[in-house]
Structure formats: C-alpha cells, structure tokens
Design a protein around this ligand. Structure first.
Ligand code: BYC
Length: 470
C-alpha cells in the first residue's frame, strides 16, 4: 500500500519529491487553483469551520480522516489507487498486452481530450453550486455541499496531475484552461452541456448529485478500465469519493419525498396548490425536476452512434463500466439494434457503446425511484415518479431536437412546445421552489420542505454543528 506524505506542499502518493520538475510545475499551478477557489468556490464561507473528510491514504479500510477545517486550508492532494502488478489491457484490439505506463504517441491527443473533458466537469460543478450555501436547509446539508465541493476540487487535481505528468507543455496549457473556462460563461463555457446549467436551488442540487454525479460514476468506471494505467488508477480512487456525492442526491430526494408525504397526510390532500401552501414540494413539481436533470444528464453519454466511442474502445482508451462482467471484450463481430427517428437500425456494437452505457445508467437511476415510489404507495397515494425516456429533450445524438414526450413518443412540434412547461420546471415552478429556499442554520433544525436525515455524518448526531459560521 502506498502512503501519502502530508508534510509536502501537495499531499501525494506518487513520489512527487523525486520528480522536481513535475513538483515545481504543480506548485506553480497550486496558487492559481487557490485563487480560482476563492473567486469561484463557495461564496462567503471561506472562513467557516467545516467538518470535512480528507483522503489520507488509498487503503479501503481507512482512507479518510474527519476533522474541522476551513475550506481554503483543505489538503487537496494527488492519490492513485495502488498499482496492480503486471496489469494487462482488458478489452479492445490490444487486449492481453501490458497496460501502458506512458502515453502512446498515436493516442496522445485523444487521451488528453478525454482527461480534459473529465477534468472540466469537476470545477464546473463547484462553480454551479457556488451560491447554494446561502439557502442551506440545515447545517448537515451545508456540510455535505462543502464536502462535495472540496472533493470535486481534488478530482480536478487528479486530472491536472495526469496532464502535467504525462502531456508536457500541452498538458500544462490545458491545466490553465481548466481554470479559465467557467460554467455558463458566454465566451468560455464548460465543455459539456449539463455543466453550464445553473444550480440555483437545493432541489436541483439533489437532482444533480443523483443524476449527474451518477454519470460521473459511469464515466469514471469506464476510464478505470483504460489501458493507460495512471488514468485507470486515478479514476479508481476517485470512485471512492464519488459514492458520497450520489448518497447526498439519493437521500436528499428521499427526504423531500418523505416530508411531502407527511404534509399530504397532515392536510389530507394531494392537491398541488394545497401541498405548496403548506410549504412542501408537491410531487408533480418533483417529477418535473427529475425529468429535467435526468434528460440533461443523458446527453453526457454522447451520441447513440459514435465513431469516437468505437475508436476509444478498440484502442483500449475507454472500456465499459465493469468490463469483466461481459464475455466479449473485442466486439468486432457484434451489432446492436438502435431505434432512431428514421426507424430501427443495426449498428456495429463498437459504435453503439455510448448507448450501452446510457442503458445501464438508466437502470441504476431506477433504483432510487423504486424506493421513493414504495414510500408514496405505503402512504396511500396513487402518484408514481418515473424516469423520462432516453429520447426526451435530447440535444446530443440521433434524437437531438426531436419533439418527443417523456414517454418517448414522437409528437407534433406544436404539441411539444405547448406541453414542455408541464414536463420540466416552468418559470413559476422554479419561482415557487426558490421561495422555499430559506436558510436554516440552527444545529439540528431542518427547513420545512425536507425531512431530517436518518443519521449524521461519521456517527455524529444530526444535531452536531457541522459548520461553524463566524
Ligand atoms: N455536451 O461521438 P460523440 C462527472 C461532443 S460527469 C457537449 O457524440 P463521445 C461529474 C463530444 O465531446 C463525467 N458536447 O460522443 C459529475 C464530441 O466532441 P469532439 C464526465 C458533447 O465522444 C458531477 C462530439 O460531441 N466525464 O465526472 O463518444 C459533478 C461528438 O461526440 C456532449 C466524461 O465525460 C455533451 N453532453 O462521448 C462533477 C468522460 N456529448 O471531441 C463531475 C470523458 C458529446 O468531437 N468524456 N459531446 O470535439 C468522454 O468520454 C466523452 O467525451 C463523452 C462524449 C462521453 C462526453
């Protein structure tokens, strides 16, 4: 097991001390990162004492330390999962050959692009969530938001390390650019669509961490299969932290459902206007938020038919999540039936891998919905939450711009435009949700629209003062 040296300026388990050039390059980037954090990270909370976990090793039994720290003092570091001795490439045309410890020249620009795209999402999400602290529903939630933010910062470090260590001058320039693009910026936006959407309320945060962080899980798992071993090892460790982000989304949405059902029982009605008047989020509004963020996140898998995905797989750059669960790891012979607006097509499997991933992602998304629907059923209400079809509201791929309803049926353009405000949050839905976003900072207290969590963080009580504001 490799340990992390905390006495160094940049905690790491990559033996930075023996590579002075790399160390200097990263120490040069570090103040820029800190400046970006001050300018674009959580606004107004830099002096707060926050109960945070910090990675201190990559040992599965005890990789995290919990303690109180100010966010700018967080020890962002570079941690790679332990190397697997003599690791072999697990898929594609070079299957069975030794994994690469350096970047092969012919894949340099593609690998760099993949790493930059992954890296770009991390600071983007911090920027998107920048103002949420002002309207936190509790100190417990505020702490979770900040935990996610500092870890996304660490994930940016993870990608910047790869760029600096393996891509020379181009890599250093890309690392600068990762701090220069900003979420929603008209001139220099973030690369992927979802990461330019504003997250201006906590219902959106919970949907984002449920749906978009889950895309993160799938993308990281597929990059963890990469023949480029440093990328694989980096992503394997990032996945450890990612689980908490999805936990925040899943439990956050579950707590919203729980509170709404309590209110519906109290007032003896499922009428949306009455539920809203009683200060809770009515289930049809929750459904619209789910449909919005799920459909946006579906775009993050790319086009259904993609020559990029075929080349990435065949060349060993990016596999399928949990590649070992499949029998065929080369896929030169297989095809897949895809339904496009023009009808069904047989597509070489290699070109359909984005869709393969999107399908398994949607199955994973179903798990939370089943749980919430059981809660609703047990409370005796007929409403059921659903996921939108993967054809709904797409902006990337074969269904992009097609007038499709949430069930996946093509409808007329006019019908689509008229119905859309009933399918995703309308201006007035957003205004209502924003009206509920009042800050609650008394330890243990929750905003009226969300139930308390079942337990606190790291065995502490829910009433613990997770963030001390000064
Ligand atoms: N928006 O063949 P195509 C996370 C571009 S989330 C804008 O369709 P491909 C996190 C694409 O880049 C995980 N552009 O798809 C979550 C390409 O452009 P170029 C992030 C898009 O390449 C929460 C062109 O369209 N990680 O970690 O097979 C908080 C044609 O591409 C979009 C990754 O995404 C879009 N939605 O797959 C914090 C992994 N979709 O290159 C963090 C790295 C496609 O021709 N990225 N395009 O100029 C990838 O593996 C691939 O780039 C994609 C696209 C899966 C995104």
């Amino acid at each position: 097991m490799s340990s992390i040296n905390y006495s160094e300026k940049i905690p790491n388990n990559v033996n930075l001390v023996n590579d002075r050039t790399l160390q200097r390059a990263l120490e040069h980037w570090q103040p820029r990162f800190l400046q970006w954090w001050q300018e674009m990270g959580p606004s107004d909370f830099q002096a707060a004492d926050v109960y945070l976990r910090t990675a201190i090793s990559v040992d599965a039994r005890g990789w995290a330390h919990y303690g109180v720290t100010k966010m700018p003092d967080y020890r962002w570091g570079i941690f790679l999962a332990d190397a697997q001795p003599e690791r072999k490439i697990g898929f594609g045309d070079q299957m069975g050959q030794p994994a690469w410890q350096q970047v092969p020249g012919e894949y340099r620009s593609t690998l760099r692009r993949l790493i930059v795209t992954q890296g770009d999402t991390e600071p983007a999400s911090v920027e998107q969530q920048r103002l949420l602290g002002h309207t936190c529903p509790s100190l417990y939630d505020l702490r979770n938001l900040f935990q996610i933010n500092v870890e996304e910062g660490r994930h940016l470090w993870a990608m910047v390390y790869l760029l600096h260590a393996y891509f020379g001058r181009d890599g250093r320039e890309e690392a600068e650019e990762l701090l220069a693009r900003h979420s929603g910026d008209t001139d220099k936006p973030r690369i992927l669509t979802t990461f330019n959407e504003p997250i201006s309320d906590w219902l959106s945060l919970f949907c984002f961490t449920y749906f978009t962080d889950r895309d993160g899980k799938y993308q990281l798992k597929s990059l963890a299969e990469s023949a480029f071993d440093p990328l694989s090892r980096t992503c394997r460790f990032m996945l450890t932290e990612e689980a908490h982000h999805m936990f925040v989304g899943e439990t956050g949405l579950g707590r919203v459902v729980k509170r709404t059902l309590e209110v519906m029982k109290e007032i003896g009605s499922d009428d949306s206007a009455k539920v809203r008047a009683a200060g809770a989020i009515d289930l049809p509004t929750l459904q619209k938020y789910l449909s919005f963020w799920c459909s946006s996140s579906l775009d993050l898998f790319g086009s259904e038919i993609s020559s990029n995905s075929a080349a990435n797989f065949a060349n060993g750059l990016k596999g399928r999540p949990d590649e070992t669960q499949y029998e065929d790891h080369v896929l030169r012979e297989k095809t897949m039936a895809l339904v496009t607006p023009e009808g069904e097509q047989q597509v070489p499997m290699l070109n359909a891998l984005n869709e393969v991933m999107r399908e398994s992602y949607l199955k994973d998304c179903e798990i939370g919905l089943k749980r919430w629907n059981r809660q609703i059923e047990r409370a005796g209400f007929p409403f059921r939450l659903t996921l939108p079809s993967s054809r709904f509201r797409r902006t990337i791929g074969t269904w992009a711009g097609q007038p499709v309803d949430p069930q996946g049926n093509l409808v007329g353009k006019e019908v689509y435009e008229k119905s859309l405000p009933g399918w995703i949050p309308s201006e007035s839905d957003r205004a209502f949700v924003h009206s509920l976003m009042q800050r609650v900072i008394e330890p243990g207290k929750m905003a009226a629209w969300i139930a308390p969590p079942e337990r606190g963080i790291n065995n502490l009580p829910v009433e613990y003062e997770y963030v001390k504001l000064h």
